[in-house]
Design a protein around this ligand. Sequence first.
Ligand code: NAD
Length: 421
Amino acid sequence: MHDEVKSAVLNPYHMAVEQFEAAAQVLNLSEDMREVLRQPKRELTVNFPVRLDNGRIKTYTGYRVQHNVNRGPAKGGIRYGPDVTLDEVRALAMWMTWKCAVVGIPFGGAKGGVICDPKQMSSAELERLTRRYTSEISIIIGPHSDIPAPDVNTNSQVMAWIMDTYSMHEGFSIPAVVTGKPLSIGGSEGRNDATATGVLFVTRRAARRLGMPMRGARVSIQGYGNAGSVAARLFHNEGCKVVAVSDTRGGIYNESGLDPAAVLRHKQERGSVIDFPKAQRVGVQDVLEVPCDILVPAATEGVLTATNADRVQARIVAEAANGPTTPQADKILFDKGTIVIPDILANAGGVTVSYFEWVQDLQSFFWGVEEITQKLEMIMNRAFATVAEKADESHCDMRLAANMLAISRVAEATQIRGIYP
Ligand code: NAD
């Protein structure tokens, strides 16, 4: 059902452009500037062979898209998955540009992806795929030009292979070419939890606006990977009650609350959150509609649509995932008074600590976790306050406000640099 919705209705790039046009309209952005910002600066498609464990060769297709680099080098994750498309990568690259601008860190936006089914591949096959893909895109990535990071179905091990491959080409170690690496090779303290930590910081602020205590608040989370499972642990530690979680195979619900650590152990042992004892089985999409106060979509794009948005019971939707809410659903949620903390703000903790990792790598001088968390909190709180103020001033939802802020910052940088030649 979900895949039908994704392919039939949703083209993430169309959605990203629609959001861009809405903000550009309110900002009164010139048609010339829209022309520059509406499409990615650079798109690379690579088809490359990988030897499988059975000795056969399979050709894979991968992408790397850089949307805009006027505020700094391009930055953005790499995802692996059977559904990856060029339009999805374009959308994610554009959202990265706005995300970096909204939290005020000096990067432009990029994204990468490879069409593959990592669940059907061995670790050795994934390593060969990663190394060859890195080689293919090494003509545009680099510590000063474009710095990848983990995203769906990629992790710190994949980042280590990317760093190693790039370094082998250059002849010496270049840790700053990628972020989200293991600590032992120049990763940063706090990076693993960063996305979910940022989600928690901004959710606290939204709850305060509603006069809603975090202690005892019911939380439902779609997706139990890096963003979702860490969010479950952090919200639980905050005193919230995590009532529902899900992954690709289904969801679980318990109105008295789940133990996130036990659910994670279950998923690691059994490959899914489903069949967790003492929980009711629900569908993948049901976790979006269960009774809760805070909803954290942490899986994929286009899951909150015109079809289900009116059934969302949460008062706060904190978008850990990129692009989970369609423009039509945004309108329905806004009219209902639901606070949607948009992806480019809510999940910006990930890229913010990636920025810290990059700075530490370039200086070969590493910070402690307290310093990182403190700096992250300051940046997230400042961004939330600025976006909320803009939304109040303009009587609009936080997505439009965040896009207006971000787009005006990128437009200013583009204007001041001028058009070459
Ligand atoms: P991940 O691969 O670690 O986890 C993804 C999770 O979502 C898995 O549990 C998977 O089973 C589930 N999932 C995937 N498709 C689903 C579907 N159709 N329905 C229900 N569940 C589904 O990936 P991640 O890094 O946690 O990323 C999740 C989202 O968060 C993505 O949108 C990503 O772009 C966004 N994000 C991640 C980071 C980061 O630092 N990892 C930063 C910013 C944003």
